[in-house]
Design a protein around this ligand. Structure first.
Ligand code: XIL
Length: 328
């Protein structure tokens, strides 16, 4: 572990790139892990501590303890912070579904008012995962969509966030499945349609592409031409695009650890390189500090998962070298 701070991913990068990862409050209680994050990252995002379930566990009562701990860690270590996420069908407290159904505008307004301005953030995911999985339309099973009856709830969220957020906060629309996978073209096209409306409203600064990639037996279906065209279109519209939750799930029963790490590093680094070449955004974050700590272990429990730039002992995975190369 001695050399890990000598060549970190973030240190040798172009100054324009803020490289980082997620962080959760549990990670902070491990001093070695926390020091590692401080040494590697130029930006962090709370894994769940800034979701509605954490911030407003009881209607009208805000709870900032865990989120404050993440923000304080960032500030103490001179690391930028991003906010994830204001309006989402996931991460809701138990009271929210019926309250949203009864008065979605009231719930939205009081959440945005209660949260905005507390943290000085580089960027904020105002809405998360509002496009249908196959890209054919909007996500209609969201309580927000069902209560509002249209995608206009997202427009309202951005308008309210724009009024409430400190000047300079970049307001972002976040989604997954827009970089690779069978439905990437449809989904990214739909995301762009909404971003274009929000741009006309004057409320959006850019897109947060989660970049959760699935490596199936058939591969990851990454189409570099389509992705580059998408990034170029966003840039021409004056939208920033960031990669904010990079990881790769093993969905292939035939991979061993070494093979998976090589193949997933190939595809993720190609995506990151395509993004970096487009010069369209600053933030590049993985959803994994080290491979034993990842939501993928719970999400895909039937297959072994080997995500992230570092193994459980902080040794560099192939992804470390490939991302560092892609970002330089
Ligand atoms: C995940 C967290 O990693 C898990 O710990 C939690 O149980 C569920 O949420 N897309 C997102 C993130 O926008 O907020 C999700 O985070 C992963 C997928």
């Amino acid at each position: 572990m001695a050399d890990r701070t000598v060549i970190k991913v973030g240190a040798a990068l172009k100054k324009s790139v803020l490289y980082g990862s997620l962080l959760n409050v549990g990670n902070l209680s491990d001093p070695t892990l926390a020091a590692f994050v401080a040494s590697q990252n130029r930006i962090v995002v709370a894994e769940s501590e800034m979701k509605m379930r954490s911030l407003q566990p009881t209607q009208g009562t805000f709870s900032f303890t865990d989120a404050d701990a993440i923000a304080a860690f960032a500030q103490t270590n001179g690391i930028a912070l991003r906010f994830h996420t204001l309006v989402w069908h996931g991460g809701l407290p138990t009271w929210a579904a019926s309250a949203i159904a009864a008065d979605w505008q009231g719930v939205m307004d009081s959440h945005i008012a209660g949260v905005s301005g507390r943290y000085a953030v580089q960027s904020m995911d105002v809405a998360n995962e509002v496009i249908a999985d196959d890209g054919s339309g909007w996500r209609t099973d969201s309580p927000w969509y069902q209560a509002a009856g249209s995608i206009d709830y997202v427009r309202r969220a951005f308008a309210k966030a724009r009024l409430a957020a400190p000047a300079g906060t970049k307001l972002m629309l976040c989604d997954y499945g827009c970089e690779a996978g069978a439905t990437a073209l449809a989904k990214s096209t739909k995301l762009m349609e909404l971003a274009s409306t929000l741009k006309s409203d004057g409320t959006i600064d850019g897109l947060s592409l989660q970049c959760h990639i699935n490596l199936l037996a058939a591969g990851a279906s990454f189409n570099q031409t389509n992705f580059a065209a998408f990034l170029a279109q966003a840039k021409s519209m004056g939208l920033e695009v960031n990669l904010t939750e990079i990881d790769c799930a093993n969905q292939n029963p035939n991979y061993d650890e070494a093979t998976f790490k090589q193949v997933s590093a190939d595809v993720l680094s190609l995506i990151v390189q395509t993004w970096a070449s487009a010069g369209v955004g600053q933030e590049c974050l993985t959803w994994c500090i080290k491979q034993d700590l990842s939501w993928l272990h719970d999400t895909f429990p039937t297959r072994t998962q080997w995500p992230g730039c570092f193994d459980a002992s902080y040794r560099r995975n192939p992804l470390f070298y490939r991302l560092r190369g892609a970002l330089n």
